[in-house]
Design a protein around this ligand. Structure first.
Ligand code: MG
Length: 258
């Protein structure tokens, strides 16, 4: 025998009626909204500054160009004197000279969007940290690791794209040794109170070859190889490229101050 629909109980009827009233009220409210003035929520000024994008990873119109393939005048040696890495103007590259030490920009920076292209040697030598090691240090203190991490196991908080010993990259976006790779980094510098305590830690977002590998990572201090990272109060500081005794190359380095 087919079962007949049970009659709704009185409480169910009340709920149904209340729901109908609510739906009607909501409809009337939306109608009022639609009849309002859309321009009331439009913002027209101040207009964002017009920036002309660069072609294929090239610097946009408001960038500070740090290396354009020939000119090393924005840099100096960390140990004093001129930057003595090897410039190949035909290739447009800058290569670590293992005898020359780290290089730093003459100018100091705070919050930046940084674009840097790098290449580890095509001739593979060594393993783990001893293969194509260099580093991009924001404010000379906070390292995004540069390493040949293509089929080269190492501790994962020290592989390419790691914020050294603090944040493991979300994925390994490495290209093979000898191929050019790209970092696009959004760095927000730490803020310090007048007494030197941390008001706001540094953060970094990093794209490696266009792939997100650090998503607004919060830094616990300056990169340290031994022990815990710690902050010491500072203002704007130079960008640093690391000499780790390997002939890693760079090209097309620019940043935008934020
Ligand atoms: Mg390094």
């Amino acid at each position: 025998m087919p079962q007949s629909e049970p009659k709704p109980k009185p409480t169910t009827r009340i709920i149904l009626a209340a729901t109908a009233v609510a739906v009607l009220a909501l409809g009337a409210f939306s109608l009022t909204q639609e009849q309002g003035d859309p321009s009331a929520t439009e913002v027209w000024e101040p207009e964002p500054v017009m920036v002309i994008p660069g072609a294929a990873g090239g610097p946009p119109s408001d960038a500070v160009v740090l290396f354009d393939g020939a000119d090393l005048s924005a840099w100096e040696s960390r140990n004093g004197g001129g930057a003595a890495w090897v410039v190949d103007e035909d290739e447009g590259t800058l290569t670590v000279d293992p005898d020359a030490g780290d290089i730093v920009t003459k100018q100091g920076f705070g919050d930046v969007q940084l674009h840097v292209e790098w290449r580890t040697p095509s001739v593979v030598r060594g393993r783990s940290q001893d293969r194509g090691n260099s580093g991009v240090y924001l404010q000379s203190l906070y390292e995004v690791q540069v390493l040949d991490s293509y089929e080269n196991p190492t501790y994962v908080n020290g592989q390419a794209g790691a914020i050294y010993k603090q944040h493991i990259p979300l994925v390994n976006a490495s290209r093979p040794p000898g191929a050019w790779q790209i970092y696009d980094i959004i760095f927000m510098a730490p803020r310090f109170d007048a007494d030197g305590s941390v008001e706001q830690p540094a953060t970094m977002t990093v794209l490696h070859n266009g792939i997100l590998i650090q998503n607004h990572a919060v830094l616990t201090g300056a990169s340290a190889n031994v022990g815990e990272a710690r902050y010491e109060a500072h203002g704007p500081l130079p960008l640093l490229l690391q000499d780790h005794d390997h002939p890693v190359s760079y090209r097309n380095i620019w940043l935008r101050e934020l």
